[in-house]
Design a protein around this ligand. Structure first.
Ligand code: NAD
Length: 295
């Protein structure tokens, strides 16, 4: 089978390389960044010339792209997947997207005889690399079953959550929770810093106590080292939280906590940290208090 992979950045790159390593499929990649493409062709993938070129040559096409408008352009634009792929091709979007965008893309695909799964992922770059990423899939059950072996080739847990839109719904809820935990971790660590406690001892306690979460662990690991180079950019986290808050508004669920975290992200982006890692939210506290959480 020929598998196309469009968008081989921080997440798409390692997921694509696991498909190359773990299956016998012929993989064709495309990305605007030639270094990202090279990291996949070095492992045996072929380089596609464009989105349309990949679309016309593949049986299954995956995308992992930054923003909903980019996904929609690549999926439904004049030189996009729906325009170029042959009937019967399956399109799988691994990006974090709005449920409504996923539904629009699926309808556009269906009009051209293409099936679509939306399959956002969670676990960050470390789990994308080691092949244990979680995939939450929205779409038709038969298409899901047919694509399960491919999805399992780069994931530790694949969950079919429902029809189109439900994968994005699960992902946005999950990320809202993770960012709230991460922001609370930033505040907690700054209290620890000001209290003068040994931060490694505090960390040892939390990692074995009720305050533990992956949001905490990620924040503490990166803040202690001051390592804010993006593995998950603050701009992308801000996009996810914005989509989650829009979903809450549409459903009439009052936001008490997420909007506070959104304001922390806005302040961090205002400090020029949009391209830094999402954990750079702690820099807002650090700048306000004139001290850093390093250990
Ligand atoms: P990234 O910016 O590292 O990668 C995106 C890639 O898409 C880049 O290499 C870019 O050059 C390429 N690209 C952009 N526009 C393109 C186009 N028109 N045609 C072809 N290639 C194009 O972003 P990422 O961190 O890998 O995130 C990708 C998606 O996965 C996002 O939706 C993000 O929210 C989601 N996500 C990220 C993480 C994470 O930890 N980084 C975790 C889960 C989900």
């Amino acid at each position: 089978m020929k598998v196309g992979f469009i968008g081989v950045g921080n997440m798409g790159g390692p997921m694509c390389r696991n498909i190359i390593r773990n299956t016998n499929h012929e993989v064709i990649v495309f990305d605007l960044n030639s270094d990202a493409v090279k990291a996949c062709t070095e492992l045996g993938a072929a380089a596609g010339a464009s989105v349309a070129d990949v679309a016309s040559r593949c049986d299954v096409i995956l995308t992992s792209l930054p923003m909903p408008n980019v996904v929609e352009q690549v999926a439904l634009g004049p030189d996009g997947i729906a325009a170029g792929a042959k009937s019967g091709t399956v399109y799988i979007d691994l990006s974090t997207n709005a449920p409504a965008t996923a539904r629009r893309c699926a309808a556009g695909m269906q009009a051209k005889g293409l099936a679509m799964l939306e399959a956002p992922v969670s676990g960050g770059t470390a789990r994308a690399k080691d092949g244990t990423i979680v995939i939450m899939v929205g779409g038709d059950a038969a298409t899901f079953e047919a694509q399960l072996p491919l999805l399992k080739s780069f994931s530790g847990e694949v969950v079919h959550v429902g029809g189109i839109g439900m994968g994005s719904t699960a992902k946005l809820i999950n990320n809202m929770l993770a960012f709230c935990n991460s922001a609370a971790a930033a505040e907690a660590l700054m209290i620890g810093k000001r209290a003068g406690i040994d931060l490694h001892k505090l960390d040892q306690v939390i990692r074995n106590a009720s305050g533990m979460s992956s949001g905490y662990a990620n924040m503490a690991t990166k803040a202690f080292k001051g390592a804010f180079d993006a593995t998950f950019a603050l701009d992308l986290a801000h996009k996810d939280l914005r989509l989650a808050m829009e979903m809450a508004d549409e459903l009439g669920v009052p936001g008490m906590i997420a909007p506070q975290v959104m304001n922390l992200m806005r302040m961090a982006r205002g400090m020029g940290l949009g391209g830094a890692d999402s954990t750079a939210m702690i820099r807002v506290y650090e700048r306000a208090l004139g001290t850093e959480v390093r250990a």
